[in-house]
Each structure stands twice: as C-alpha cells, then as structure tokens.
Design a protein around this ligand. Structure first.
Ligand code: MG
Ligand code: ZN
Length: 199
C-alpha cells in the first residue's frame, strides 16, 4: 500500500475564478504550486488531485473540457519536474447528493481502491473546509492552505471550532511540512527500535 498526498485543484494548484475555470487559458498556476509538486515528485508519495467540478452537471462546461484542462495541467506539472499520478473529479451538483462531492470522501475512497492507498497514513491539502472534512473522515492528515478561499475558510473554521488540521501558506509550504513529517517518521521508527532493544 502506498501513501498519498491528495491535492485540491482550484485555490491550491490554480487560481480560483468566480465564474469557474472554463478553459485552459483561464488556468493560472498559484505561486508555490509547481515547486511543491516538483518536491513531492522526488518522494515515493502518490500524488492525487481531487476536485469538485459541478460545472459539468450544471452544463456550464462539458466533461471533455474539464478532462482536457486536467490533462494539460498534468503535462504542465510534468514539464516543471512534478508528477500527478491521478486526477479524480466529481461532476455532480450539490442537489444530486452523490457520494463523491467533497466534503464526502468518495473520491478519496475511489482513489484508494484504484491505487491501493493507505488512507490513514496519507495527506490532504485543500483551501476549503469541505476538503478538510473529506480528508479527516478517512483519516488523512490535513492541511488548509491560505491561497484560494483558504483565509476566509480558516476564519469560518475557527468560528465553528473545527480543528485537527494544519495551516500552510501555500502548497509548497504544505509539501515541505509533509516531507518533513515523512522524514521524521522514519527517524522515529529507528528511535523506537532502539528503545525496545534497551528494555
Ligand atoms: Mg478549492
Ligand atoms: Zn459526485
């Protein structure tokens, strides 16, 4: 089983638009996003982008266009030294009550099934409370970034008393912390075995 980093798209990788990202020309990488993904690419963590795209079933943009935007994003990330192993999106409107629209964890569960992921030892980076809720419900360690909707979402989270997630300025900062935790865990394992030997 592999560990993964689940990354939300709009507001984490690319700039949010009030009228939605409807074509590749409107896709603007946020500062720190490509660098963060390039760092992750050097680790053995699986990188999965998970995104709500209700614009599909609202019939604003056809599914093929959303998929083309995602494909071009994956290629642009790769040419900047990064790696996206999988992109999964929910096309449903909120009123369809599907299992995959965040805050529901359906996309994470689908990815875990497809890629054999260890969700309880995986990470999620998002700019919205709904991302964090999806991650927390399957045991991921979650990061709220302050790009996109993050700052406003953070205030709401604090007012509602939601907790149990880390705050990072952007995807690069979240990535650096994830990689530190990964390194820290392997260090800790050595310590534990040493302690056991001494007992
Ligand atoms: Mg978002
Ligand atoms: Zn859905």
């Amino acid at each position: 089983m592999r560990r993964a980093v689940f990354v939300d798209r709009d507001g984490v990788i690319c700039r949010n638009r009030k009228d939605h990202v409807r074509n590749w020309e409107q896709f603007v990488f946020l500062p720190g996003a490509l660098t963060g993904l390039a760092r992750l690419a050097k680790s053995d963590l699986c990188v999965v982008v998970i995104t709500n795209q209700a614009i599909v079933n609202r019939q604003i943009v056809p599914a093929e266009v959303v998929e083309e935007i995602n494909d071009r994003m994956v290629r642009a990330v790769a040419s900047a030294g990064g790696r996206v192993d999988e992109v999964m999106y929910c096309p449903h409107r909120p009123d369809e009550h599907c299992a995959c629209r965040k805050p529901r964890p359906g996309l994470l569960l689908q990815a875990a099934e497809k890629l054999d992921l260890d969700l309880g030892n995986s990470y999620l980076v998002g700019d919205a409370q709904s991302d964090i809720q999806a991650g927390q419900s399957v045991g991921c360690a979650c990061y709220l970034v302050l790009t996109g909707r993050g700052k406003r979402q953070l205030i709401q989270s604090l007012l509602r008393g939601q907790r149990g997630f880390k705050i990072a300025s952007d995807l690069r900062a979240a990535t650096e912390d994830i990689l530190r935790r990964q390194r820290g865990e392997s260090g800790a394992r050595i310590d534990v075995s040493t302690a056991r030997d001494g007992r």
